[in-house]
Ligand binder design. Structure first.
Ligand code: SF4
Length: 404
């Protein structure tokens, strides 16, 4: 169903109306990492090891930490799994001096969540999975609908009481594939149903005085992700719930398809100001997800963590091996956060083609490079073998160089 935008469009610094200001949210502390508020959009992943295999889990966590993961979620099916978090945390600290916050992922039974509160920095639950009072029942009467919801509330009350003791944040999550029969019957498997499902749980938490919350609604369909997150943000704002939103296209798949779906389902809400933390869910090793998260954040200008490269696709006019050269340029200059560098095979359409780059490396003649600072030529006809070093010298001269 069509939804209205939750905010009036405003223009960003580049005068682009597609970018909207970030939705105002409360800051929720997960260990030493803040989500929401003025914190950058946080990047997370999830391990795919058996959490009871502590050594393997720690190794996998460290692979993700080394490429920039800021939060790690772990499967926590049983009380024993929840206890394993204590040991994992200890080894991360003792062996690697690593304090990365750990998130316990709880499904179906609530008992592990009670144990996880002691060791984890955040708990992720889908409260709908904790009540099965009516099984797969159809044809709910109004009375039965309310009774089913009361059953969820009954399960959550002692949980919320315990949460208050530990003051540990909770991510309330609903997935497109796991709506309760109650919701499915009333709203169908629709964005409205998904949002109402999560709102039912949020109202229970709020009613019982617990708002240390993050919210997520996930779908494997990126178009539903966009629509549902627009509606979620709008509904939260209308209900004066400033909880941060976690974005993720669940079961996005692998390789280019998984990356393309994630870019749309995560990138579009981010452009519209929605989203405070994100996970790209790929059918690949967790550490592969992290660079994709950062690339999406960089592309939508929500979090600049690296050099922005502009390079042409090359064509019959290209005056050097642009793929090889671009790789070398990226290797040497990829750490210069915030700089825009263009690598162009020729200058056929003029320097405007370089989309406002700070520096340009451009084919001038066969084997000869012209260097630009913004749209001004700095030096012409540099032999290709010397051009990258000259570009580095130029960046240094302009005071923009940093050592790795
Ligand atoms: S910049 Fe030059 S070489 Fe690159 S695609 Fe355009 S015309 Fe071809």
């Amino acid at each position: 169903m069509p939804v209205k935008k939750h905010q009036t469009k405003t223009k960003d610094k580049n005068n682009l109306s597609a970018m909207q200001p970030r939705r105002k949210t409360r800051a929720v502390m997960v260990g030493n990492i803040g989500i929401g508020g003025d914190n950058p959009v946080r990047v997370q992943t999830m391990t795919n090891t058996n959490t009871l295999d502590i050594e393997e889990t720690v190794e996998q966590i460290m692979k993700s930490v080394r490429v920039g993961a800021e939060l790690i979620r772990l499967t926590t099916q049983t009380v024993e799994h929840a206890q394993a978090l204590k040991e994992i945390k200890k080894i991360l600290k003792d062996k690697y001096d690593c304090d990365i916050p750990l998130i316990a992922d709880i499904h179906f039974v609530i008992d592990p969540a009670y144990e996880a509160m002691k060791w984890a920095d955040k708990i992720r639950i889908n409260p709908g999975l904790f009540s099965n009072k009516f099984g797969t029942k159809k044809n709910f009467t109004e009375e039965e609908y309310n009774e089913s919801l009361l059953d969820v509330e009954k399960t959550l009350i002692p949980f919320i009481d315990k949460l208050k003791k530990y003051n540990i944040p909770v991510r309330i999550g609903t997935n497109h594939g796991s709506l309760s029969p109650r919701i499915l019957e009333k709203y169908g498997n629709t964005p409205v149903g998904l949002v109402e499902s999560v709102m039912e749980y949020l109202r229970i938490f709020k009613k019982h005085g617990y708002e240390n919350l993050v919210v997520a609604i996930k779908s494997s369909d990126p178009i539903i992700m966009v629509e549902v997150n627009r509606l979620l943000a709008k509904t939260l704002d209308e209900n004066k719930m400033d909880y941060p939103i976690h974005l993720g296209v669940t079961e996005a798949g692998m390789a280019e398809d998984g990356r393309a779906k994630s870019t749309i389902g995560i990138g579009v809400p981010l452009m519209e100001g929605i989203g405070d933390t994100t996970r790209v869910s790929l059918t690949e090793a967790p550490e592969k997800e992290i660079p994709v998260c950062y690339s999406i954040l960089q592309a939508v200008q929500r979090r600049i963590t690296k050099t922005e490269f502009i390079s042409c696709p090359s064509c019959g006019r290209t005056l050097f091996d642009i793929e090889e050269v671009t790789k070398k340029v990226q290797e040497k200059l990829g750490h210069l956060k915030g700089l825009k560098i263009a690598v162009m095979g020729c200058i056929v359409n003029g320097p405007g083609e370089m989309a406002g780059a700070d520096f340009g490396y451009v084919g001038g003649a066969l084997g000869k490079i012209t260097l630009y600072k913004k749209d001004k030529v700095v030096e012409k006809n540099i032999p290709q073998e010397e051009a990258l070093d000259k570009l580095i010298d130029l960046i240094k001269k302009e005071g923009k160089w940093k050592e790795k």
